[in-house]
Design a protein around this ligand. Structure first.
Ligand code: AMP
Length: 395
C-alpha cells in the first residue's frame, strides 16, 4: 500500500473513491459531515499538487436511480469543506460524464453521481470498473468505510492502475490505528468490548485474546458470561445458546494469560426506559424481573483502574444503554477514564458502531487518539480479516 505522499499528482487526473455515505435529513441536508471532512486532506493534496480530482462514492442502498439517494444533495457540503466549487456529473458513467471528465482542468474537482445507481457497482463488475478507471491516470482509495467490500470502485478498479494506485490519508490513518492496537501497540494493551450481544462480537473477542493483555467485557453481553458462571441475572439481556461459548472464551483467555474483567455491579430497572425506578445490584444477584442496564459504581472504579494502567486501548461497544440518560453514566465514566489515560500518553482507538456514536454524543471524539470512520470495515479488521479494498492496493 503506497501513500499519496509518495506521489506528485501535478497535471494528472486522479479518481478518488471516497466514502460520502453520510446520514441525511428528510429535507436532504447532511446531518453529520464527518466523513466528508475526513476526505478533505486527500483531495487537497491532489489539488495542491496541481492535479484534478474525480470523486466517486455511494450513498445509501438505492434500488436503481432513486433521486432520494442522489449525491447532488451533498455537493454544497463538499464545496464548503473544500472551500471551492465542485462540478457534478449527473451520471457516474456515460457520454456526458466523459465530456465533463475530459474538460476537467488542474485544480478542479468533479463529483460523480451515486455509484450504486448501477448494480454493477456492488456486483464488482469488471467492465463498470474499467469504465471508471478510464477517466483517470491515478486511483486513490480513501474510503475505509467500504474497504471490506469487493465492489467495482473499492476493489476491482485497482487492477487497472498498476503502480498508479495509492491509499489516501484517511485510509492510511485507519490502517495505522488498527496496526497500533493489534500489532505494534505499547503494552499493556487493553480491549474494551461492550454492546448488546456476544454473538456479534465472538470473532473479535477470539482474535483479540491473542493480542491484548487485558479485556473488559461490559454492556449487555456481560450477562451471558455472568449467567454461564452461575450468576442470577434477573431479566437482563442474555443469549442462552451462547453460555458454553462464553465459558470457552474465558478458558481460552486464561490459557493465553489474558486478564478478563467483567462488571461486578449494575444499575438495574424493571423497565427499559428513563422513567422506571433504578437500583444498584451485585451482578451475580440481580432480583427476578429486574434487568441490568448500566455498569455500577464499583465496576466503573475497577474499569477506571484498568484503563489508567493501559498504554494502548481499543474501545468497541458501549457498556450500558447510553441512549437513555439514566443508564449513560457508565459509558460516560469509561470515556472519561480513556481520555485521562490518553492525556498521559496512551494510544486510544474507538472503533465500530455504537461506541463511536457514544463518543460523538458525549463530545469525546477530539480527546481520544483516533475515532474510526468505518463501522463494518473496522469490525472486520479487528476480527483479523484482510480487507479486499486494501489488498487490492498492494498488487
Ligand atoms: P452493539 O451494536 O452490539 O455494539 O450494541 C450496542 C447497543 O448495546 C447499544 O444500543 C446499547 O444500548 C446496548 N446495550 C449496552 N448495554 C446494555 C445492557 N446492559 N442491556 C441492554 N442493552 C445494552
Amino acid at each position: 500500500m503506497i501513500s499519496i505522499d509518495k506521489q506528485n499528482f501535478k497535471g494528472k487526473k486522479t479518481i478518488i473513491r471516497v466514502d460520502f455515505n453520510v446520514p441525511m435529513s428528510s429535507s436532504k441536508t447532511v446531518l453529520d459531515p464527518s466523513r466528508i471532512h475526513a476526505a478533505r486532506s486527500t483531495i487537497l493534496k491532489v489539488i495542491n499538487d496541481g492535479g484534478s480530482c474525480i470523486l466517486m462514492s455511494h450513498l445509501g442502498r438505492p434500488e436503481g436511480k432513486d433521486q432520494k439517494f442522489s449525491l447532488k444533495h451533498i455537493v454544497s457540503e463538499v464545496e464548503k469543506t473544500l472551500n471551492k466549487s465542485v462540478f457534478f456529473a449527473k451520471d457516474s458513467i456515460g457520454e456526458k460524464t466523459e465530456k465533463l471528465v475530459k474538460s476537467l482542468q488542474p485544480g478542479q474537482v468533479l463529483m460523480l453521481e451515486n455509484l450504486r445507481f448501477y448494480k454493477e457497482e456492488t456486483e464488482g463488475n469488471k467492465l463498470f470498473a474499467q469504465k471508471l478507471a478510464s477517466y483517470a491516470d491515478y486511483y486513490i482509495n480513501d474510503a475505509f468505510g467500504t474497504a471490506h467490500r469487493a465492489h467495482a470502485s473499492t476493489t476491482i478498479i485497482a487492477q487497472f492502475f498498476k503502480n498508479k494506485k495509492f491509499s489516501g490519508h484517511l485510509l492510511s490513518k485507519e490502517v495505522e490505528a488498527i496496526k497500533k492496537v493489534l500489532e505494534s501497540g505499547q503494552k499493556p494493551v487493553l480491549a474494551i468490548l461492550g454492546g448488546a450481544k456476544v454473538s456479534s462480537k465472538i470473532t473479535i473477542i477470539e482474535s483479540i485474546i491473542g493480542k491484548a493483555d487485558e479485556i473488559i467485557l461490559g454492556g449487555g453481553m456481560a450477562f451471558t458470561f455472568i449467567k454461564a458462571l452461575g450468576g442470577n441475572i434477573g431479566n437482563s439481556i442474555c443469549e442462552n445458546d451462547k453460555l458454553d461459548l462464553a465459558l470457552n472464551i474465558l478458558k481460552k483467555a486464561k490459557l493465553a494469560d489474558v486478564k478478563i474483567h467483567l462488571p461486578v455491579d449494575v444499575i438495574c430497572s424493571k423497565e427499559f426506559s428513563d422513567t422506571g425506578i433504578k437500583t444498584t445490584e451485585e451482578i451475580y444477584n440481580i432480583p427476578e424481573n429486574w434487568q441490568g442496564l448500566d455498569a455500577g459504581p464499583k465496576s466503573r472504579a475497577i474499569f477506571d483502574k484498568v484503563v489508567k494502567r493501559s498504554k494502548t486501548i481499543l474501545w468497541n461497544g458501549p457498556i450500558g444503554v447510553f441512549e437513555l440518560e439514566s443508564f449513560s453514566e457508565g459509558t460516560i465514566s469509561l470515556g472519561k477514564s480513556i481520555i485521562e489515560s490518553t492525556k498521559k500518553g496512551a494510544f486510544s482507538l474507538v472503533g465500530g458502531g455504537d461506541s463511536v456514536a457514544a463518543v460523538k454524543k458525549f463530545n469525546f471524539q477530539s480527546k481520544v487518539s483516533y475515532v474510526s470512520t468505518g463501522g463494518g470495515a473496522m469490525l472486520e479488521s479487528l476480527e483479523g480479516k484482510e480487507l479486499p479494498g486494501i489488498i487490492a492496493l498492494s498488487n
